[in-house]
Design a protein around this ligand. Sequence first.
Ligand code: ATP
Ligand code: SF4
Ligand code: MG
Length: 331
Amino acid sequence: MKDALLVVDDLVKEFPAGRRSDAPVRAVDGVSFTVRRGETFGVVGESGCGKSTLTRAILRLLEPTAGTVAFDGIDVRGLGTQELRRLRRRVQIVFQDPLGSLDPRMTARAIVEEPLEIHGIGDRVERARRASAMLELVGIPPAQHGRKPYAFSGGQRQRIGVARALVLEPDLVFLDEPISALDVSIQAQVLNLLRELQQRLGLTYVFIVHDLAVAEYFCDRVAVLYRGAVMELASSEAIFREPLHPYTSSLLSAVPIPDPEIERRRDRVVLRGDVTPLAPQAGGCRFRDRCPVGRDRAICAEQEPPLAEHRPGQLAACHFPGELQGVLPHV
Ligand SMILES: Nc1ncnc2c1ncn2[C@@H]1O[C@H](COP(=O)(O)OP(=O)(O)OP(=O)(O)O)[C@@H](O)[C@H]1O
Ligand code: SF4
Ligand SMILES: [Mg+2]
């Protein structure tokens, strides 16, 4: 694909057996997707499904167990320390918790200057100039650049986190739940800022999110992750209007609709069962324990469904794609 910026192919991250379990767990279990230049690619799924581990394995903050990652045609897994450093300049990450990811002893300006220093960019004056300009771009006025993180609100702190990630002028930015720690009233402001910066700076985003309403609003395409694997991958429009995978349908049926009348009429698919990662050799469909469609079907217990294209551009890992959608009442 010509406009591919990030290609993830069959990525696996396995953690060794812990104290409480006697088997290793596959937090990421064969994930493949391509992120196109300039798009916002969403990764959605419940807590514990492997979103953060996937991000860390892609960036080699955790060493992947298997699979490949190519960024702009460069095989990330083959890179040495120096080359990895150069790559990290082009790929940045904004974390969920701005307070935890900002050094409380540093001023906002020093926090944003630090990545420039680490990568040896510019002299002191140039670095201070660039940090101030970036802080202003995210809406922190110059009079506040000398303050420390605790003196800012949650939303402002996340703006500083965004400035720190963008000051190196990256091509790709991972946003790992960047608004979920913020008050609802300021979530939209930060999302709008991210969108504005994307257009202005020509950024590509991978947006990790568990809130489906936010994913629908913000993402061009979405991958739905369940127990470490992609269940469905398509444009936001297809995923939210006509989901093919029973898991996607179930998730959507749990999204609150801001109309009490519709909310009362519609059915909810109650998800029962486990969300923990699978042991490496588990067979069959990983969703079958919770699946209203395939729970009692032999093929679902015996064969793991491959992630296959069932409609143009819409992939699902299910032996009976679209079947649950047919029985859910229309909302
Ligand atoms: N270092 C580790 N050792 C063992 N297991 C781990 C480790 N890190 C994560 N896991 C397990 O891998 C699974 C995926 O975790 P991960 O943090 O990637 O989920 P997540 O989708 O980001 O969840 P959340 O939405 O809560 O942030 C979880 O079951 C977690 O317990
Ligand atoms: S393969 Fe079977 S169990 Fe898995 S999601 Fe599809 S219908 Fe459900
Ligand atoms: Mg996470």
